[in-house]
Design a protein around this ligand. Structure first.
Ligand code: SAH
Ligand code: SF4
Ligand code: F3S
Length: 453
């Protein structure tokens, strides 16, 4: 008796990981994934609360799902369980039940391991189910040991939650306190992924470099320590980690970028702003120059490192000069790519209370446009600097065009090459011919990948 499960995932990579685990949990109940909501016996929205826009998507998609469910009912195709998971569920569980009473269940990021039980209850018609507890025993202890499908490049959550309390951010409230998984369970999961065909693993955490999980001797292990252990696993070709906080960018971790061959030369290290006054108001707990020195240290050990970041413009009280300081920091660091956002006041966060200092929407838009123009210029220059270079590319999937494969460079760029599909899964040498705004284009180096399938 096969049932269909539709999962719609918003937000960060941790939500992507969680959605995959929810699929694993539902498989023994007979649910297989579908990308068509109309054919789904159950739909889960895995939501994001980080900015207002992200959060509001929950309600618009819920409206669409309600219609989809009514369509199924009117065609006698059966009912549909509607569930809301993730960070909006955690932050606004009761509000969702009120605004969208047709929702069957709401559960937070730390309690989705109870999913099979909740589905059983829903099928018994118990009515609304709300589970937004932060359980004492971490969900990881209750997740299935067998993953259903493995990707060539996969995420592995090693740390979750955040104790940093940046003044603008909801994550400490939606994900809870920092928690690190023990090394042994991470190694087991990594080995299982590799046995299933994974070649690249990205270690995930809201503050992944604050990782301090228990090692074999019962003592805490750092992220660098974990990376050294994982790098020993045969078949693991590439390692990455995200997202890091500047405060925990230790010498040991910077050095790992020199000493661990499989650790890719790419780092996402958000700074948010370049003005010390704003950084202090944001409770980031470091100055712009301290961030510059961390970048120097990283480049000392790995001169080839591609840097990425996150920026917020229009934080309450941000002056023109503060914003110029952000632009200057970007010019000094030179990013390979970056994400930038307009400040969005979030309920319950300290910065949302700075009402008299809120920046005009028009000013925010203008600053964002200027920052993005600079970041785009840097990204294009970075990609163009690859023309003529030979790089290793993990060939991941077919491209939109016939006979084309898309892969990933060590520096996180998407790379398009003409190649038959049977080469997917290999790491090949690509000669770069073109550097564009968002990708590279090139050709496989003859003989760099065996032709036999
Ligand atoms: N350390 C986290 C950051 C999560 S949020 C991680 O592991 O990814 C991702 C980014 O969203 C932040 O770095 C920040 O730039 C942005 N962001 C967070 N709260 C925001 C808000 N209230 N308004 C605008 N952008 C925000
Ligand atoms: Fe949010 Fe700051 Fe924690 Fe990142 S470090 S999740 S921005 S509170
Ligand atoms: Fe969004 Fe929650 Fe991730 S708020 S960014 S889904 S931790």
């Amino acid at each position: 008796m096969s049932k269909k499960l539709y999962i719609s995932t918003y937000g960060c990579q941790m939500n992507v990981y969680d959605s995959a685990r929810m699929a694993d949990l539902m498989a023994p109940l007979g649910y297989t994934l579908t990308d068509k909501p109309a054919s789904a016996d159950m739909a889960i929205l895995n939501t994001c609360h980080i900015r207002e826009k992200a959060s509001e998507k929950t309600f618009s998609e819920l409206g669409r799902l309600r219609k989809t469910r009514e369509g199924r009912q009117s065609r006698n195709e059966g009912d549909m369980i509607i569930a809301v998971a993730g960070c909006v569920a955690q932050a606004e569980g009761a509000e969702i039940m009120k605004r969208a009473p047709f929702v069957d269940m709401v559960f937070g990021p730390q309690s989705y391991h109870n999913l099979p039980q909740m589905v059983a209850e829903a099928n018994r018609g118990v009515g609304h189910i709300l589970d937004t507890d932060f359980p004492v025993e971490p969900k990881f202890d209750h997740l299935p040991k067998e993953a259903i499908d493995t990707n060539l490049s996969a995420f592995l959550t090693v740390q979750e939650g955040c104790d940093k309390f940046c003044a603008f951010c909801v994550v400490p409230y939606t994900r809870g306190a920092e928690f690190s998984r023990p090394v042994a369970s991470i190694v087991t999961e990594a080995k299982r992924m590799i046995a299933g065909g994974t070649r690249e693993i990205t270690l995930l955490g809201q503050n992944v470099n604050a990782y301090h999980g228990e090692g074999a001797d019962g003592k805490p292990v750092t992220l660098a320590g974990l990376i050294y252990q994982l790098a020993e696993i045969e078949g693991l070709e590439r390692l990455r980690y995200t997202t890091s906080h500047p405060l925990e960018m230790t010498e040991e971790l910077c050095k790992a970028h020199r000493d661990v061959d499989s650790l890719m030369p790419y780092l996402h290290l958000p700074v948010q702003a370049g003005s010390d006054r704003i950084l202090a108001a944001m409770n980031r707990r470091h100055t712009a120059d301290e961030y510059r020195r961390i970048i120097d240290k990283l480049r000392h050990y790995q001169p080839d490192l591609a840097l990425s970041g996150d920026f917020i413009v229009g934080f309450p009280g941000e002056t023109d000069q503060d914003f110029e300081d952000t632009l200057q920091l970007v010019r000094d660091v030179k990013y390979a790519q970056a994400y930038s956002f307009k400040y969005s006041p979030r309920p319950g966060t300290p910065a949302a209370g700075l009402e008299s200092e809120m920046i005009d929407e028009a000013v925010k838009s203008e600053r964002l446009a200027r920052l993005q123009a600079l970041l785009n210029e840097q990204q294009l220059a970075y990609n163009q600097s690859f023309v003529g270079r030979e790089i290793d590319v993990l060939l991941e999937r077919e491209g939109k065009r016939e006979g084309q494969i898309v892969g990933r460079s060590p520096y996180m760029q998407s790379v398009f090459v003409p190649s038959p599909a049977h080469r997917i899964g290999r790491i090949a040498t690509v000669i770069v011919q073109e550097g564009n705004a968002n990708s590279l284009r090139g050709e496989l180096k003859p003989g760099s990948v065996a032709d036999a399938a």
